[in-house]
Design a protein around this ligand. Structure first.
Ligand code: AKB
Length: 322
């Protein structure tokens, strides 16, 4: 039987693609998209859609009951750069929302919860290269603090109440659907818009900044894979390290320039550089591969070619110049 799913943060970077993906797998009526401040795109409107503030536990409970939900993907959160501008709000949105969802879930018969952690959980004490699963987690951003505390809370709910919470540490995600918003890795999406619209881009990170990244189709694949794996294959309820490829801003610019002749990138690092410098450059995801068979499909050239083709079609319909 198909799960009855609630996705919070449906208008966000992951939600905007995860909702249509889950609806294609489980049926439109079985996936409820919850939005908060942003209305979200048309793809959310071909199934149940509701406005939900995850800061309000009673409202979360009401949504679970109304739609007879048994599986929650709790994606509503502030990202790293927005979080550093307003750390108190980041704590409130990211932590109160998670606690409310976990508590509402365990008291209302929800059997599975997915929650996204991030490479933001790492800090300067983790090795820069191939950060292992059990590296010290000492983030220097409020976003990272909420990711570490959130992982611990997920793990607690599993140990104390038996709630089946599953959690991935996503790398920077690159989406052809959702415009970037509030992340440190957003440059890797913005750069495509620059290449297509003006043939140029000013990058807010240094050219040599290397970060772990992943194309959204792989992130969707990993998310569904970890959620559908039998419980015996998912012994970890803290976040699983997850990796696809790592590149520097300069490497991405060069790869794009192969397909967009004359593409020019300049570099003007801002406050987000400090956040990027506190994260590892690459991630060891051996446990995800071993436990539930994780394997990415896209490498850097594959992602760039696909992303460019999809965005070009969207931004320049019928060959018109934007
Ligand atoms: C961000 O940049 O804040 C996110 C992340 C790496 O978690 N994309």
């Amino acid at each position: 039987m198909a799960p009855r799913v609630l996705v919070t943060g449906s208008a966000g970077q992951i939600g905007a693609e995860l909702v249509p993906h889950l609806r294609s797998l489980y049926g439109k009526d079985n996936v409820v998209a919850a939005i908060h401040t942003s209305p979200g795109g048309p793809s959310l409107r071909d199934g149940p859609l509701l406005t939900l503030d995850t800061g309000n536990q009673a409202a979360v409970v009401a949504a679970l009951k109304e739609y007879k939900v048994d599986t929650v993907y709790h994606l509503a959160a502030l990202l790293s750069a927005t979080g550093e501008k307003n750390p108190q709000l980041a704590w409130t949105v990211n932590m109160d929302g998670l606690r409310n969802v976990l508590e509402a879930s365990r008291t209302n018969g929800v059997s599975q919860v997915f929650w996204p952690s991030s490479i933001g959980a790492f800090g300067p004490d983790a090795p820069r290269a191939n950060a292992p699963q059990n590296a010290p987690l000492t983030p220097t951003t409020m976003y990272g603090v909420t990711k570490v505390a959130g992982e611990l809370l997920c793990n607690y709910y599993h140990a104390k109440y038996g709630l089946d919470v599953r959690c991935l540490r996503y790398p920077g995600l690159i989406s052809s659907v959702t415009p970037p918003g509030g992340g440190t890795t957003d440059y890797a999406v913005e750069i495509f818009y620059g290449a297509i619209r003006t043939g140029s881009y000013t990058c807010f990170l240094r050219e040599d900044t290397v970060l772990p990244m992943m194309y959204m189709p792989d992130a969707l694949k990993a998310t569904v894979q970890v959620m559908e794996a039998p419980a015996s294959k998912v012994p970890r309820h803290l976040g699983y390290n997850l990796a696809a490829f790592s590149f520097s801003a300069g490497m991405l610019a060069s790869e794009l320039a192969k397909l967009v002749p004359g593409f020019r990138v300049t570099y003007a690092p801002d406050s987000r550089q400090k956040i990027a410098d506190s994260w590892p450059q690459s991630i060891d995801d051996t446990e995800a591969r071993r436990d539930w068979g994780w394997e990415p499909d896209y490498d850097l050239p594959g992602m760039v070619a696909d992303m460019l083709a999809k965005l070009t079609t969207r931004l320049r319909p019928e060959g018109k110049t934007v």
